[in-house]
Design a protein around this ligand. Structure first.
Ligand code: NAD
Length: 499
């Protein structure tokens, strides 16, 4: 009998009642390893009601105490790091060291959120008028929701929940139905750390559960991460229903490689950033833009050589550089794109379609695939592939490289590799992208700066983590007060000013 995965509501695991389920696979073997319950609208409404009941007491708990719960949570997760990473990797297919990075990046935002007592401090103006003081405070929104993707099943739920909980909100998480085990275990660890029952809830599900969250007026804010069409749908539906929303979407991240760059470092970093996690990262580099033919020839030769030394295999095998794609559909999608690239006339330097991993012939593996001479009109350039496929687009000069990045519809991350400070500085100033790396291939900002893409990679005004997260999960209240002494001065019919 396969393992059944339910929900987490009111401080305990609960079984689903909808009778709808989805298969959770082992991507190394293509077999079903569990079934996850898909919540009905009523089940989601119940979780929201539980969160709503728990939220006022949590908001009334002083922020220092809330922060201590998060600090305890960090310790508990660290105690279980190895098991959690293996659990994550077994459903996702990323290697265990990479899964640890996924969890660790989430914990770093929880660490940042333990600064809530400082981050929630308001502003105060004394004697703003005669005998008048003005102060503002940040208050939680109430119940908020997170809807998260399969590719970072620990990091992104924690990016959403950490600041939201620290600010005094209650949370309903709808994680990806592809790898639901780690979010549920994290929910248990929150409870073990002292989070009151009902403050953090997990409902597994699909569109029905998401729509129930989007249409329930008790949900005050929605944080989403996933593909662009769904991000756009969630942003427009949530905001039409009067909710605050931040929705982060897909990507096509470019790396511009200047002729003066350290080409060995650029090639090493491209291999890691392009093929790590089988390319299933929103900050993966999927387009390399060498500047000048000489740079391009040298770079492609170095990439080809390094690809020859890569090892693709079971995600629990220490020798694997990366593992399988998450589902059969994900693999098919990538294989189809490689076929499209060939038809479009790109030069297929290495072809990962025929890779077979011994003993795991039915696993969803795709070998590292490199296309050269890709052009801006090709579908494999315009669309997100989300697999181990790296496209080289040759640019004649720096301006053409910059223009390519700027004209692409996605604007999540971008990198430039160069030894020139002046070029790097000009690039950082002029590139139309949310996160920029200078000789850094995956410029995911640290927890106390904010993370967010531009253009069709992000919808909404505030970014994830960093100070923006506390702005997103709180509303500001401003109090103007005076303590009159002496006689009442009578009514005034003129708008008060500071004159
Ligand atoms: P996805 O859009 O398929 O799913 C994301 C979430 O939305 C899941 O919880 C899923 O259950 C839900 N969902 C799916 N279809 C839905 C529908 N029709 N209506 C309502 N909800 C729906 O994304 P994914 O495949 O899980 O993740 C990969 C995508 O996420 C890639 O495009 C990647 O670039 C993107 N991503 C972006 C960032 C970022 O910060 N910009 C980070 C990680 C991943």
């Amino acid at each position: 009998m396969v393992n059944r995965i339910g929900h987490y509501v009111g401080g305990a695991r609960v079984s689903g009642t909808s009778s709808r389920t989805a298969d959770v696979f082992d991507p190394n073997t293509g077999t079903v390893q569990a079934q996850v319950d898909l919540a009905s609208t009523d089940e989601v409404r119940h979780a929201i009601a539980v969160a709503e009941a728990a939220q006022p007491a949590w908001a009334a708990t002083n922020p220092q105490r809330r922060a201590r719960v998060l600090a305890k949570f960090i310790a508990l997760v660290n105690d279980e790091m190895e098991d959690l990473a293996r659990m994550l990797s077994a459903e996702h297919g990323k290697t265990v060291p990479d899964a640890k990075g996924d969890i660790q990046r989430g914990l770093e935002v929880i660490e940042f959120a333990t600064g809530a007592p400082h981050l929630l401090k308001g502003e105060y103006s004394t004697a703003a008028g005669t005998g008048i003081d003005v102060y503002s405070m940040r208050q939680p929104l109430g119940v908020v929701a997170g809807i998260t993707p399969f590719n970072f099943p620990a990091m992104i739920p924690l990016w959403k929940a950490g600041p939201a909980l620290a600010a005094g909100n209650a949370f309903v998480l709808k994680p990806s139905e592809r790898d639901p085990s780690v979010p549920l275990r994290l929910a248990e660890l929150f409870t073990e750390a002292g989070l009151p029952d009902g403050v953090f809830n997990v409902v597994n599900g699909d569109k029905e559960a998401v729509d129930a969250l989007l249409h329930d007026e008790r949900i005050r804010a929605v944080g989403f991460v996933g593909s662009t069409p769904i991000a756009e749908y969630i942003y427009s539906t949530a905001t039409a229903n009067g909710k605050r929303a931040q929705c982060f979407g897909g990507a096509k991240n470019h790396m511009i490689v200047m002729p003066d760059a350290d080409l060995d470092k650029a090639a090493d970093d491209l291999i890691g950033a392009g093929f790590g996690s089988a390319g299933e990262r929103c900050m993966a580099i999927s387009v390399a833009v060498p500047v000048g033919e000489e740079t391009a020839d040298a770079l492609v030769a170095k990439l080809k050589e390094r690809i020859g030394g890569l090892s693709v295999g079971h995600c629990h095998d220490d020798a694997s550089d990366y593992g399988p794609l998450v589902t059969a559909e994900a693999k098919q999608r990538v294989v189809d794109y490689i076929g499209i690239g060939e038809k479009e006339g790109a030069e297929l330097v290495t072809d990962g379609r025929d890779l077979v991993v011994e003993d795991y012939e039915d696993g969803w593996f795709v070998g590292p695939t490199l296309f050269d001479k890709v052009t801006a009109d090709m579908q494999i350039y315009r669309e997100e592939i989300f697999g181990p496929v790296l496209s080289v687009v040759r640019a004649a000069d720096y301006e053409e490289g910059l223009r390519l990045a700027n004209e692409h519809e996605y604007g999540n991350g971008v990198a430039i590799f160069t030894r020139s400070g002046a070029t790097a500085r000009d690039f950082a100033a002029r590139v139309n992208t949310g996160m920029v790396g200078v000789n850094v291939p995956i410029p995911v900002p640290i927890a106390y700066h904010t993370f967010g893409g531009w253009k069709r990679s992000g919808f909404g005004d505030l970014n994830q983590h960093g100070p923006d997260a506390f702005r997103f999960y709180t509303k500001t209240k401003t109090v103007t007060s005076t303590w009159p002494a002496g006689e009442a001065s009578g009514s005034s019919f003129v708008i008060p000013t500071m004159d």
